[in-house]
Design a protein around this ligand. Structure first.
Ligand SMILES: *Cc1c(COP(=O)(O)O)cnc(C)c1O
Length: 506
C-alpha cells in the first residue's frame, strides 16, 4: 500500500470509532417523547384560555402583585428539565393572573388594542408553521404581502405604494422618516452618510407629535434639533400659518425644509391635523409628507367618521398600527410608502449568502429588502385571520363604536359640575379633570393622580394621564372592542365618588 492509502485507512478507523462513541450517547431533540401527552396539555391550555377571556369582565382590570409572585420571576437559570405540565401550572398562577390589563373592557390607558382570541390562535399557528418572513417562496410570504396590500387598500393608498409589517408604530415611523430623509438629502445617504448632506435638513411636526419621532431623528443621525415643533391651535392641531412661517424662516437661514410629520390622531388628545392643507402645503413647498396614523389611519374604514381623516391617502409615507385599532395581539405595525420603489431603495442589499435562486424556496420575494430586519416573524397571520373572520366592515363599525363611546363620555363630563373636559373630543380620546374649584394646579394634579391610582388599585378601571398646555389631565383612550357605554357610566360615577371623598373640605 502507498502512503496515501495508509492515511485513508487510519482516517476511516478514526471515524468509525467516533460514530460508535456518539451512538452510545442518546441523540436528543426538543420534540416530546409522548405526543399524546403534549396534545392533552395543549387542549387543557386552550380550555383555560377560553375561560380566561370569557370571565374577563368579572375580574379586576389590574391588581397589585404579591411579593411571592414577584419573587418567582427572579429564580436562577434552570439547568435541568421540568415537565411541561408543571411549567404550565406555574404560569397560570403567575403570568396569566397578573396581566397588564389591556384586554379588559375597562382598560383605557395610553393607546393600545385589547387583543383577540383569533389573533392569539394565529400567533400559535404562526409558531407551529414556523416560517421565517425574511423572504422566500412559501405561503407565509404571500400572506405577508397580501396583508400589506389589504392595509394599503384600507387607507386608500394607490397601487404604486408598498410597505412592510414591523414591530410597531415606532418602527413604522422610523422607516417612513428614513425614506423621507433619503429622498430629500440630495445625495446618496446610504453610501456617503449624513455628514455629506450638503444643506442641513429640517423636519416639522406639531408640539404634540409622539416621542418616537424624536428617537427616529436621533437614529437617522439628524438629531433632535432637526425636528422643529410647531405650536398647535385650540384643537391641538398643528398651526399651519406657524408651520408656513417656520419653513420660510428655515429656508432663509440656510436649512433645507424636508418633511412634515402630520398627526392623524395625536397621542395626547386624538387631534387630527388638517391633512388636506398639509398635503397642499407639502406639494407647494416640495416637502415630504409623512403621516403618523398609528391612532387614526384606520378611521378611514369607519363609515361614520372616515371624513375626519380626509387627505390621509395623500401621504408620501404613512405609519399605522394594527395592534391598536385592529386589536391584533402585540405586536404588529405597518409602514406604507406611496412610491414603493423608494422603500426598497432604502434597504435593498444583495449579500452573497442571500442571492435568489432560479427555482425552489430561494426564488421567492425577499422581504428583508423592505426594512432593516433580516429575520422577520409571521405576524401577518394574525391580521390575516382576524380580517378573514370578521371582515373589514366590522372593524370599521367597532372604530365608530369607540368614537361614539368617547362622545358619550365627553357629554357626561361636560354635564357634571365637578368634571371638566381638558381638550375637545374628536376621536376616541377624552381628556378630563375632576375639579371641585378653588384648587391650584398642583393640588388639582395631586387629587386627579390619586383618583387615577385608586381606580387602578380598586381594579375598576385603568386610565393614564398627561399634560395639556402645561396642565395635568386624566386621559381616557377607548381603543377597546369590549367596552360598553355602561362601563363609561361607571367610570364617571367612580371618579366623582373618589374625588368627592378626597377633596379638601370647603
Ligand atoms: C402608539 C403610537 C406610536 C408608537 O407606536 P408603537 O406601536 O407603540 O411603537 C406612534 N405614534 C402615535 C400617534 C401612537 O399613538
Amino acid at each position: 500500500m502507498g502512503p496515501l492509502a495508509v492515511d485513508l485507512q487510519h482516517l476511516l478507523c478514526g471515524l468509525t470509532a467516533m460514530r460508535d462513541a456518539q451512538q452510545s450517547l442518546q441523540e436528543e431533540t426538543l420534540d416530546p417523547a409522548d405526543w399524546a401527552e403534549v396534545e392533552r396539555l395543549a387542549t387543557l391550555m386552550v380550555s383555560d384560555a377560553v375561560r380566561n377571556l370569557a370571565g374577563l369582565r368579572e375580574r379586576p382590570v389590574w391588581r397589585t402583585m404579591p411579593e411571592d409572585i414577584r419573587a418567582s420571576f427572579a429564580t436562577p437559570l434552570p439547568q435541568g428539565p421540568t415537565p411541561l405540565g408543571q411549567v404550565l401550572d406555574g404560569l397560570r398562577e403567575t403570568v396569566m393572573t397578573y396581566p397588564m390589563g389591556n384586554t379588559h373592557p375597562r382598560f383605557w390607558a395610553w393607546f393600545m388594542g385589547s387583543g383577540s382570541y383569533t389573533g392569539a390562535l394565529a400567533d400559535f399557528l404562526a409558531g407551529i408553521q414556523g416560517s421565517n418572513l425574511g423572504g422566500g417562496d412559501h405561503a407565509a410570504v404571500l400572506i405577508d404581502r397580501q396583508v400589506v396590500g389589504w392595509l394599503r387598500e384600507m387607507v386608500g393608498m394607490p397601487d404604486s405604494a408598498d410597505g412592510t409589517l414591523v414591530e410597531g408604530g415606532s418602527a413604522a415611523n422610523l422607516i417612513g422618516l428614513t425614506v423621507a430623509r433619503n429622498a430629500m438629502a440630495g445625495i446618496d445617504v446610504r453610501e456617503d452618510g449624513v455628514a455629506a448632506i450638503p444643506v442641513p435638513l429640517r423636519f416639522y411636526g406639531s408640539d404634540q407629535v409622539h416621542s418616537c419621532h424624536r428617537k427616529a431623528l436621533e437614529a437617522l443621525g439628524l438629531g433632535n434639533r432637526a425636528l422643529r415643533r410647531i405650536p398647535v391651535d385650540a384643537g391641538f392641531r398643528i398651526d399651519i400659518d406657524h408651520l408656513r412661517a417656520a419653513i420660510a424662516e428655515d429656508r432663509a437661514a440656510g436649512f433645507r425644509p424636508a418633511c412634515v410629520i402630520a398627526s392623524a390622531g395625536s397621542v395626547n388628545t386624538g387631534a387630527v391635523d388638517d391633512l388636506v392643507a398639509l398635503a397642499d402645503l407639502c406639494a407647494a413647498e416640495d416637502l415630504w409628507l409623512h403621516v403618523d396614523g398609528c391612532i387614526g389611519a384606520l378611521v378611514a374604514i369607519a363609515p361614520r367618521n372616515a371624513p375626519l381623516v380626509a387627505g390621509l391617502a395623500r401621504a408620501d409615507s404613512l405609519a399605522l398600527d394594527p395592534h391598536k385599532w385592529l386589536h391584533a395581539p402585540f405586536s404588529v405595525g405597518c409602514v406604507l410608502v406611496r412610491d414603493g420603489a423608494r422603500l426598497r431603495q432604502a434597504y435593498a442589499t444583495m449579500p452573497e449568502y442571500l442571492e435568489p435562486a432560479p427555482r425552489g424556496v430561494a426564488a421567492g420575494p425577499w422581504l428583508h429588502h423592505l426594512s432593516p430586519e433580516t429575520t422577520r416573524s409571521f405576524r401577518a397571520l394574525k391580521v390575516w385571520m382576524m380580517l378573514k373572520e370578521h371582515g373589514a366592515e366590522r372593524f370599521g363599525r367597532l372604530i365608530d363604536q369607540n368614537i361614539g363611546q368617547a362622545r358619550h363620555l365627553a357629554e357626561l363630563v361636560d354635564a357634571h359640575p365637578r368634571l371638566t373636559l381638558a381638550a375637545p373630543q374628536v376621536l376616541n380620546i377624552v381628556c378630563l379633570r375632576y375639579d371641585p374649584g378653588g384648587l391650584d394646579d398642583v393640588a388639582c394634579k395631586a387629587l386627579n393622580v390619586e383618583i387615577m391610582l385608586r381606580l387602578q388599585e380598586d381594579g375598576t378601571a385603568v386610565l393614564s394621564d398627561t399634560a395639556l398646555a402645561g396642565r395635568h389631565a386624566l386621559r381616557v383612550a377607548i381603543c377597546n372592542h369590549r367596552t360598553r357605554l355602561s362601563d363609561l357610566d361607571l367610570l364617571v360615577s367612580e371618579i366623582v365618588r373618589i374625588g368627592d371623598a378626597l377633596r379638601p373640605e370647603g
